[in-house]
Design a protein. Structure first.
Lengths: 113, 501
């Protein structure tokens, strides 16, 4: 399972970067979301992908039978933070759209001065 | 007692911020609470500093979960002195915001400033790498909000770009933390330090270190990752810029120093040339960028990039003398920068103009303000006898002691950058302070009001003058800081790992 997921991380990061390089504000926001998903998925893989075992350490259970539960807690934290930031970004994009009527970053520049 | 000392710098501002959200819009309350909180943090921070200096590193396990399973807060001399300097800057910034900002903006600014202070202090105190990420995000979320306050046209573009670049940096940081955890199985920095020493580096650790360097480098605005800084800092409200300019990039620098000594100290041969070339480029290009600017604040902002280079030069040479000099530079530079940004904020308030070519005659109109600009400006460019001189002297000496080609090259770059900085400061002096007043005649400001505006600036500017004569005392502290940083055994011992066997 690690290999398909790694490919997915690459695709997400690549797609995210591609969208980030666009001029459209909304595409950039989506690109950022993809990028943070790529980061979260990386951490998920890092916790090793094993299923069926409960993460309770007992005398007779090998540590190799279950996935590391800590990374999932880390991802949860990161997702929540990412969600807040995304909400803020969308708000700014919306405000800019109200003022310029377009979602081109270069039109935002015209707002200067 | 230890627990209280370590938690207070985070909890006090957090409690204050929540209080201000509840009492939304009551300006007298907001002013009183925020300055009181910052002053309380300063008292706690200085007390911690002296305790750490006397008794050694303090550590506190949150919720009594033993390290490395729970999160630890650690105050070594480095973090304690950073929190102290930050608290000083915060008092001045919060006091001035009430005087230079429009009241409508102030009620939004105060709560977020306190959230920001909580995040910054947490980032300095934490002993856990993922917790560092979380405190970074607390800091950043508050700074995003502060940047967009007022929703002026100029701010929309700046805030958007600032958020985007920081989210990218945070993603890199997150991936780095995740990979490090996957390789070493721990997030506690002291434990990481032990594990890295056992593993002897290699494997994914070097690429992970590079990831973290890029992530922190973006936040610290080191060349070539500095491009976002000038546009962003010009757009923030002038009172908030005092805190941003003096403290925020230093959180990135702090993290670079912390991670590349404590956690990833093994790879010095690989990272020394990288760090030194980043430092050299930052110093020179930052100073040159400042030459080309016309705005009071944009000159100071480009200068931040240059000064970050000086701090990194100290780290990059990796000797006790050089790291000590770098930390010395950072500690004395934070109040200096706060004083300069304060002067810029007050000038903006008094004259309503940002460009230095549209100012003029300030020295005749406000002589005390001129003195309060001149002292930190001279200190920044390294003129004796102010603290900046001693910091740069120590840096240059440590560079010459290393004696390699890299050492000489970085010393040459530092000298160049210092002269350019001196030139830039005189450019501001010449256009803004000398000559005839331009534009609309200045609004009359009563001596009382002037005194209130100048008092906070005088307080921070005094620090650089005091340090000019007490440089030895600070130097003793930073030497201990450097020893603690370059030999993590004290830190590891203080965290008291309850390692399972």
């Amino acid at each position: 399972m690690e290999i398909p997921l790694s490919i997915a991380v690459g695709a997400l990061a690549g797609g995210g970067l591609f969208l980030l390089l666009q001029r459209s504000v909304i595409k950039m926001v989506i690109g950022l979301l993809l990028l943070s998903h790529a980061a979260n998925l990386t951490i998920f893989i890092v916790g090793r992908l094993r299923k069926g075992g409960t993460p309770i350490v007992q005398e007779d259970i090998s540590l190799q039978t279950f996935a590391d539960p800590l990374v999932q807690a880390l991802i949860l934290t990161a997702i929540v933070i990412g969600f807040g930031v995304a909400a803020f970004l969308v708000t700014i994009a919306f405000q800019a759209h109200r003022k310029t009527g377009s979602d081109d970053l270069d039109d935002m520049r015209d707002l200067r001065g | 007692m230890t627990d209280f000392l370590l938690v207070a710098p985070v909890l006090l501002p957090l409690a204050g911020a929540i209080l201000l959200v509840i009492a939304w819009g009551r300006l007298p309350v907001a002013r009183a609470v925020s300055v009181t909180v910052a002053a309380a943090v300063a008292v706690v921070a200085f007390y911690t500093l002296f305790t750490v200096q006397a008794d050694g590193i303090l550590a506190s396990t949150l919720g009594n979960w033993p390290a490395p399973f729970g999160i630890v807060l650690v105050a070594d001399l480095f973090s304690a002195s950073m929190v102290s300097a930050t608290a000083l800057v915060a008092i001045v910034a919060l006091a001035l915001i009430g005087l230079v900002q429009e009241p409508a903006q102030q009620k939004r600014v105060y709560p977020f400033m306190l959230f920001l202070l909580a995040g910054v202090n947490g980032a300095f105190m934490t002993g856990d790498l993922f917790n560092l990420f979380v405190f970074f995000e607390v800091t950043l979320l508050a700074s995003y909000a502060l940047m967009a306050i007022g929703a002026q046209k100029l701010q929309m573009e700046a805030a958007f770009k600032y958020v985007v670049i920081n989210v990218v940096a945070s993603s890199l940081f997150l991936v780095g933390v995740g990979l490090l955890y996957g390789e070493l199985g721990t997030l506690n920095m002291a434990h990481l330090s032990v594990r890295v020493a056992e593993a002897g580096g290699g494997g994914v650790i070097t690429p992970v270190a590079a990831l973290l360097l890029v992530a922190f480098g973006i936040k610290a605005a080191v060349v070539p990752l500095h491009f976002w800084l000038p546009g962003a800092y010009v757009a923030i409200p002038s009172g908030v810029a005092i805190f941003f300019g003096a403290v925020l990039t230093k959180v990135g620098v702090y993290s670079i120093i912390r991670v590349f000594t404590l956690v990833l100290g093994h790879d010095q041969d690989f990272f020394q040339p990288v760090l030194l070339s980043m430092a050299g480029l930052s110093m020179v290009l930052g100073a040159l960028g400042a030459v080309a600017q016309r705005g009071f604040r944009s000159i100071l902002t480009w200068d931040i990039i240059s000064q970050v280079g000086f701090i990194l030069m100290g780290l990059g040479l990796f000797t006790v003398a050089s790291v000590s000099a770098g930390v010395f530079f950072m500690l004395q530079y934070m109040p200096v920068k706060a004083a300069l940004f304060s002067v810029a904020a007050v000038v903006e308030r008094l004259r309503g103009a940002r460009g230095i070519y549209r100012l003029g005659g300030l020295a005749a109109a406000y002589p005390f303000l001129a003195v309060l600009f001149l002292i930190p400006a001279l200190s920044l460019s390294g003129a004796p006898p102010f603290s900046g001189f001693w910091a740069k002297l120590a840096l240059l000496q440590s560079g010459l002691q290393v004696g390699s080609i890299g050492g000489y090259a970085i010393v040459a770059a530092a000298l160049c950058a210092s002269f350019i900085t001196l030139f830039v400061m005189f450019k501001i002096w010449q256009w803004a302070f000398w000559g005839e007043a331009k534009g609309a005649p200045a609004a009359h400001v009563s001596p009382m009001a002037q005194g209130r505006l100048l008092m906070p600036i005088a307080a921070v500017a005094a620090v650089t003058v005091i340090l000019a004569f007490a440089a030895g005392g600070l130097h003793d502290i930073t030497t201990t800081v450097a020893q603690q940083l370059l030999d993590p055994s004290d830190y590891v011992e203080a965290v008291n790992l309850a390692l399972p066997r």
